[in-house]
Every structure is written in C-alpha cells, then in structure tokens.
Write a protein that binds this ligand. Structure first.
Ligand code: ATP
Length: 756
C-alpha cells in the first residue's frame, strides 16, 4: 500500500483546492520519496497537519490550533474565510486481494480494494464527517482501518519536529504504548480492550441475571410443586376417565344391546299377534256365516208335526178297519173266540197309544228310528190279527168298506213314509252342519288361545323393554353425573342419530382387565385419591408457565453469558499471549535497530531499549507499623520502556542531559528503528532534521534513503541532501493573499534553490 495523492481544500492556508501527487517508487525497487520545500511560513507543515487531520487526529495541540474550526481557512486581507475544510487521502493497494472477504468486517473489504480514499470534512457550525471510499464512516472505522493498515495513529506515520523531543521525554509507560503501536499490535490491543469492555458488560449482565434467577428460583420451585400435583391430578383424572369409559361403556353397551334385542323381539311379537288376529277374525267371520244358515232343526220339528195328524188318521182308519172286521166276524161266525180277538186288539191299541205318546215326545233322531221300528212291528201284528178276523168273516159290504179303509191306510202310510224320508234327510244335513260348526268353534278356540298367549308374551316383552330402557336412561344419567359430562353422545361417537343410537367409539366400553366389581372399586379409589389431592387454581398453571419461560429465558441468557465470559477470558488470554509475543519480538528487533541507527548517526556510542516490568508495592509486614510520615511512593502498575543512549565516549546517565541535536539524533535513531522493524506504508517527516548539522544531515539523508527500501517517505525539509534523494519535489509558496500554493520543481532547481 502506498500514498498516491492528497487533496486539500479550505484547510488552513490551503484555501484553494490543491492536489499533491506523491512519488510512488524510487530506483532499484525502492519506495518513493517526496520532498516538500519552501520558505518559512509558506504552509509546508500545514500539509503534514492535513495528513494528520484526515487520519482522524483529535489533538488540537498536534494540529497547532485552539479550536477545531482553526483548521478551516480563516481568510486574509485579500481573501474571505471559508465555511468548510476538506482533506482527502488516496491510498493505493499494490496487491488488492481477490480473495473473498467475509462480510463480518466491512473494513476488511475496504482494505482489500484497489483504492482507499479517506475524507474528512469540517464545517464552521462544528458539524464534521468522515468518508471511507465516499461512504459516511465513523472515526472508529477510520482508526480501525488505519490500525489494520499499520498506519500509526500515534505519530509514527506523521512525525513532526516537536514530537522528536516529546518522544524521548515520554513516561516509560507511554513509551511502551508507543512501541506497542510500532510493534503493530495496536489493533490487537483495540480488540483486547473491546474484549475487556465486553467482559465487564458480560459480568455486569451476569450479576443482574444471577440476582433475577435467585429471585425467581424459589417461586418457580413452589409453582412447580403445585403444577406437579396438578399433573398427578390430570394423570389420575385421565386414568379415571379411561376406566369409567370402559366400565360404564361396557355396562351401557350390554344394556343397550339388551334393549335392541328386546325391541326387535317386541316388534316380532307384535307382528305375530297381528298375524294371528287376522286369522282369528277370519274364523269368527266364518262362524257368523254358519250361524246365519243354521235352520234345519226347525224344519225337522215341522216334519214331526206333520207326522202327528198322519198317524192319527191312520189310527182312525185302522180303528175303522178293525170295527169293520169285528162286525164282519160277528156276522159271519158267531163262535169266533171274540174274547181272544178283543184281547189282541186291546193289546195292539195299548201299544199304539204308547207309540203315539213316544212319537209326540220324540226329539232325537234315534228316538224316531226306534218309533219307526216299533210302528213296523205294530203294523205286522195288526195285519196278522186282520187275517185272523178276515178268515172268519166274509161280508161283501164289509169287504168293500174294509178295502176302502185299507186303501186309506195305505195312502196314509205312504204319506208317513214320505215325511219320514224327509225327516231322515233333514237330520243327516243338520248333523253335517253341526259337526262343521263345532270344528270351526274348536279352531276358533285354539286360535283365541294362541292369540291370548301371544298377546301376553308381547306384553311381557314390552314390560321388559320399558324396564331395560329405564335402566339405559338411569345408566346414562349415572355416566353424565360420574363423568361430569352434559351429553354422552360424544362418548358413543357417531350416535347422533337417535334412532339407531349406535356406539362407534371403540374406547367406550373397551374390554377391562378387571371384573366390573373390581373396576367399580378401582373407580372409587381413584376418586378418593383425586379428592385428597384437591383442586388447583388454574392461575397457578398460567403463572408457572410464565415463570418457567422467564426462568428458562434467563437461564439461557445466564448460560450464554457464562459461555461468553469464558470465551472472552479465553480470547483475552490468547490476545495477551499474542500481544506479548509480538511485543517482545518487535521490542527486541527495535532495540537492535535502534542501536544500529544510533551508531550510524553518532558514529559510534551505545544505545538500547530496556523493558520494565510493572512494579508491585511491597506488602506491609505484619506487626510493623507503616511510617505515616514516609512519602507515598508511586508504583508503576503497567510495563514501561526505558532508553539508554550514550554518544561515543560519554557516560550519560539520563537522556535529559543530551544536547538538542543529540536528542534529535537519538529520537531519529529510535524512529528509524521503529520504521525499519514495522514500517507503516508511508511516513511523513516534518522537519525532523532541522536541528542537524551538515554532517548529520548527510547521515540523516542516507538513513532516509536506506529506509525507502521499506517505506514511502514524504519529507518536509530544508535539507538539500534529502532533496537530492527525492523523486518529486514540491515547492510551497504563499503570496500576499496568504494562501499557500504548490508548485512542482525540478530537482536541479531545488538543489540550486536550496543552496543559494
Ligand atoms: P516553517 O518552515 O517556518 O516551519 P511552514 O512552511 O511549515 O513554516 P506552516 O506552519 O505550514 O509554515 O504555515 C504557517 C502559515 O499558515 C501561517 O502563515 C499561518 O498564518 C497559516 N495558517 C495557519 N492556520 C491558518 C488558517 N486557519 N487560515 C489561514 N491561514 C492559516
């Protein structure tokens, strides 16, 4: 990296926009050397000031001002003051990195870009700004960038005349810090300070987290205990619910099944009753029809009534015939044994009377049949008796009369036979009708019995169904009460349809490993356990949730902080080690180089750097009183660096006794050593050689030239030997407008000019 150019406008005496291009390279691979020359007060040092300022210099003393706005062009008799000072420093990267840069550090990105432009502006109203490659940046960004680019903030990049002495008169601790910077460990120290700052903040946060955790922990413990009880309660409740669901479910299921079966059976019985009732009605109808057609008994009686006069007529005719025969017999044969005839007739007459009486009283067919037989027998006896009589008497008239009577008898007999025929027919039809009626009546009786039995069966089933439905209702109420639910439908899952009332939830009534009695006892046990746990405020759960989340968050934060603390301590330790190693390495080299340059400049002598460990105050000895009048000794708590510088032949105890020139030479030797060991990309030397005599000026020019092997130089000087080595020489002039102007001059002119 090297300095390409500087643009100044409105800064101190540079009112006009001024661009200074720097020598980039010297001969033989050396770095560029630019000399700035000019008369006193022309504004040469203002260029060095501009460089310091743009690189973030905050010290007004370093900038040779009292107020920050003193850097803005303040005007002159011929030129009015300006409202803003602006300086831009252009750095070139010789080997811009093409490697991908992590976006973690935008400074790294800028550091690897081909050109880095740092700009600082200040307005009269006090507002100021920094830009990095045209973008607004913070001073800390500029500091970090410069530290990383090894461009010193403390003065090893822009070294003014006054600083030469100052460096020697610094305290050992300050000197140590200066060498830290020279050792290129400033950025590590910035990191370390940052880590320490973070560590402090982390520890502060840790303390706060500890306090908060200590506050929350007991409360959380108490809440956790309560919540644990609650979760036990929930587990018991869940167990109870499952058990109840199984127990009551299986009860419900079995009653439900019974009800379903009974319902089915009832409706079957209902149907059977209805069917048989239809049959019964059909039989009834048939019976009614039969009853209406039953008239035969009445006609039989009519026939019997018809017989009576016929028998009477026949008897009358027979009596007549008997009379005729008796008369004939009397007339024909006086010796006829009248007594026997009369006796026969009387006997027949008596039998006939008895038969008539029987006919009159007969009701059944059997009786009529007997009467018929008896009548036939009687008829035979009469015929026999008539034959007896007829043989005895023959009388014509009698015979004629008798024939007439017998014809009448014959006619009556024929009529009786016809009626008797009718009676016989009528009684056969009635018999058949009756037997059909009775059979139907029996059938009716049987059917009535069946219907009655079926009705009672149906009634019983209906009663059972009603009882079962009542049990189902009771168990439902019990389930609702025991399981504390409004509706059991969800338990049945899918029983929304009241008609089917299905149970589709397999969990409801799932098989139990224990008997129903055991399950019931188990349920009671669980209920007792729940009662002994008691109710828990739901607020507790909410508070526990919140507290646990808060505790967890805090605990996580606490753990993160502990781990961060550990990492920061580790980082601090690592940085300490790195810094220590880097410092001692650089310190040793600087010490060697210091001696070398010292000997060149003094043409001999001794010089070295001494590292001073921090001092520890002695511990007061027990029993010994500290002297209250003894002056309080200041102990150095931080490490320091001491300088030993002995010009040839002199035994110098302290650098304070060195002459101004000797001091300048010593400081130049030290600065040269620092530049040699850890070169900044460029170094501005502002009249550091002012106090040197001719021969030392030559040595100084040689040293600067030697160091161009390591770094680029911008030298404000009156030293013509230095000018001779420069690639570019600028002359600074100031006209009567009190504005500095720059003009590039050829080397010969400058050398001639400076030698005039
Ligand atoms: P020497 O060789 O004597 O050290 P120099 O060339 O280094 O001199 P500088 O110190 O750079 O000179 O410039 C000093 C000049 O700058 C003075 O004339 C001073 O008035 C002028 N100057 C300083 N600040 C301002 C300002 N804010 N506005 C205008 N001019 C200023």
């Amino acid at each position: 990296m090297y300095l390409q150019r500087l643009e100044i406008q409105g800064f101190k005496s540079f009112a006009n926009k001024t661009t200074i291009l720097f020598s980039e390279q010297g001969e033989g691979g050396r770095r560029g050397l630019t000399a700035i020359v000019g008369p006193n007060g022309s504004g040469k040092s203002n260029i060095a000031d501009a460089m310091r300022w743009v690189m973030g210099e905050q010290s007004l003393k370093q900038l040779r001002g009292k107020k920050s706005e003193d850097v803005i062009f303040s005007g002159s008799d011929k030129r009015s003051k300006m409202g803003m000072a602006e300086v831009s420093l252009f750095l070139k990267n010789e080997h811009p990195s093409t490697a991908s840069v992590t976006d973690e550090d935008s400074i790294e990105t800028i550091l690897t870009s081909p050109e880095i432009v740092i700009t600082r502006r200040l307005f009269r109203d006090g507002t100021s700004e920094y830009l990095l490659n045209g973008n607004r940046a913070r001073l800390s960004d500029i500091n970090l960038l410069l530290a990383k680019a090894n461009i010193g903030e403390r003065g090893f990049t822009v070294i003014g005349q006054g600083m030469i002495d100052q460096f020697l008169f610094l305290s050992p601790e300050e000197r140590k810090e200066a060498i830290d910077e020279a050792a290129g460990i400033r950025h590590l120290q910035i990191k370390k300070n940052e880590a320490e700052r973070k560590l402090d903040a982390t520890r502060e946060n840790l303390r706060e987290a500890e306090i908060l955790l200590a506050e929350i922990e007991p409360r959380l413990r108490s809440l956790s205990r309560q919540v644990k009880r609650l979760s036990e309660r929930e587990a018991l409740e869940s167990e109870l619910k499952t058990l109840q669901s199984k127990h009551y479910g299986s009860l419900y299921r079995s009653i439900h099944r019974e009800a379903q079966n009974l319902k089915r059976a009832s409706s079957q019985a209902e149907k059977a009753v209805a069917d048989k009732e239809v049959d019964l009605r059909a039989i009834q109808n048939k019976l009614n029809t039969l009853e209406k057609t039953e008239t035969s008994s009445a006609s039989l009686l009519d026939f019997q009534k018809e017989l009576e006069p016929l028998h009477a007529e026949r008897q009358r005719l027979r009596d007549r015939a008997f009379e005729i025969r008796v008369a004939a017999e009397r007339s024909k044969n006086a010796q006829l044994p009248m007594a026997a005839v009369i006796a026969g007739i009387e006997s027949i007459h008596a039998d006939e009377q008895s038969l008539l009486s029987k006919i009159h009283n007969a009701t059944t067919l059997e009786e009529l049949e007997a009467i018929k037989t008896a009548a036939a027998a009687l008829d035979a006896r009469i015929t026999e008796l008539l034959g007896t009589i007829r043989g005895e008497t023959r009388n014509k008239e009698n015979e004629k009369n008798l024939a007439e009577v017998e014809r009448g008898i014959h006619e009556v007999n024929a009529k009786i036979n016809a009626v008797q025929e009718k009676i016989a027919n009528a009684s056969k039809g009635e018999r058949e009708q009756k037997s059909a009626f009775f059979a139907l009546q029996r059938e009716y009786q049987n059917m009535l019995e069946i219907v009655t039995r079926l009705r009672s069966d149906l009634g019983e089933r209906r009663i059972s169904l009603a009882k079962t439905e009542q049990r189902l209702e009771d168990i439902e109420s019990e389930i609702k009460a025991e399981m504390q639910i409004e509706d059991i439908a969800p338990l049945l899952a899918g029983a929304a349809d009241e008609e089917t009332n299905k149970i589709e939830n397999p969990a409801f009534g799932a098989p139990l490993p224990e008997s129903p009695e055991e399950a019931y006892r188990h349920i009671q046990r669980l209920k007792q356990q729940l009662a002994s746990i008691g109710g828990i405020d739901p607020e507790v759960v909410r508070e526990h949730g919140e507290t646990a989340v808060r505790y967890e968050t805090l605990k996580t934060q606490y753990d993160d902080l502990i781990s961060a603390e550990g990492k920061l301590l580790e980082l601090g330790k690592e940085l300490d080690e790195t810094i220590g190693r880097a410092f001692h390495e650089a310190f040793k080299k600087i010490s060697v180089e210091f001696e070398k340059f010292f000997r060149i400049l003094f043409n001999g002598g001794n010089a070295k750097l001494i590292y001073l460990e921090p001092e520890t105050a002695p511990q007061p000895v027990e029993g010994e009183e500290a002297d209250p009048n003894a002056p309080a000794k200041q102990y150095r708590t931080r490490p320091g660096v001491d300088i030993v510088a002995q010009p040839p032949g002199k035994r110098v105890k302290s650098i304070n006794v060195l002459s101004g020139g000797e001091r300048a030479l010593t400081a130049i030797a030290l600065i040269s050593a620092i530049i040699a060991v850890n070169p900044s990309p460029f170094v501005v030397l502002d009249e550091v050689d002012a106090a040197l005599d001719e021969s030392n000026s030559i040595r100084f020019a040689d040293i600067v030239y030697e160091l161009t092997g390591k770094t680029q130089f911008i030298v404000v000087t009156h030293n013509r030997y230095t000018m001779e080595r420069a690639g570019i020489i600028y002359g600074v002039t100031m006209g009567d407008d009190a504005v500095s102007k720059i003009l590039s001059i050829r080397l010969e002119e400058a050398v001639i000019g400076s030698t005039k």
